[in-house]
Design a protein around this ligand. Structure first.
Ligand code: SF4
Length: 136
C-alpha cells in the first residue's frame, strides 16, 4: 500500500502537496489571536444565594403556610402561639413559638421564615405547631 511515508518519492509528493499549507497553519493561528480583537465579555457569576427576584432573604418569596393546610391542621399549626388549642395540644406552652424552635429557618427579626417541617412554605415567627422543639 502506498502511504505518504512508504517511499522517498511518495514522501516528497506528500510534503510538496500538503507541507506548504501545514507550515503556514501556526502563522495563521498567531495572526488570528493577535489582531487586537477584545476577548469575549466575561459574565458575572450568578450566586446561588441571590434569587432572580432580587430579594436578599433566601426563600422570602415562598407562599405562607395556611392554617387550613391539612399538614398544618394535623400538627395544630397556628400563626400565633396564643391561638393554639390547648386542649388538643396540651404540651404547648405560651413561650413556645416558631422563632425559638429548632426547625425555624427565618432570619432573626423577620416575621416569616422557612420551616423544615413545612418545606416550601413560610411560617410565622410567632406561630407554633406540635413539632416545636426548643432551639439550642
Ligand atoms: Fe413553627 Fe417549629 Fe412548628 Fe416549624 S416545627 S411550624 S418552626 S413550631
Amino acid at each position: 500500500m502506498d502511504t505518504p511515508y512508504s517511499s522517498p518519492a511518495s514522501r516528497r509528493r506528500f510534503l510538496k502537496t500538503f507541507g506548504g499549507s501545514l507550515a503556514i497553519l501556526p502563522l495563521v493561528q498567531v495572526l488570528g489571536c493577535s489582531r487586537g480583537d477584545p476577548p469575549p465579555a466575561a459574565q458575572a457569576p450568578r450566586s446561588a444565594d441571590s434569587p432572580a427576584t432580587g430579594s436578599t432573604t433566601p426563600g422570602a418569596d415562598m407562599p405562607r403556610l395556611s392554617e387550613d393546610d391539612p399538614a398544618a391542621k394535623a400538627l395544630g399549626y397556628r400563626h400565633s402561639t396564643a391561638d393554639v388549642d390547648q386542649n388538643a395540644f396540651p404540651r404547648h406552652q405560651a413561650d413556645q413559638m416558631c422563632s425559638n424552635c429548632s426547625q425555624y429557618q427565618g432570619a432573626s427579626g423577620e416575621s416569616w421564615g422557612g420551616c423544615s417541617i413545612f418545606p416550601g412554605k413560610l411560617v410565622n415567627a410567632g406561630g407554633w405547631c406540635n413539632s416545636w422543639v426548643r432551639k439550642a
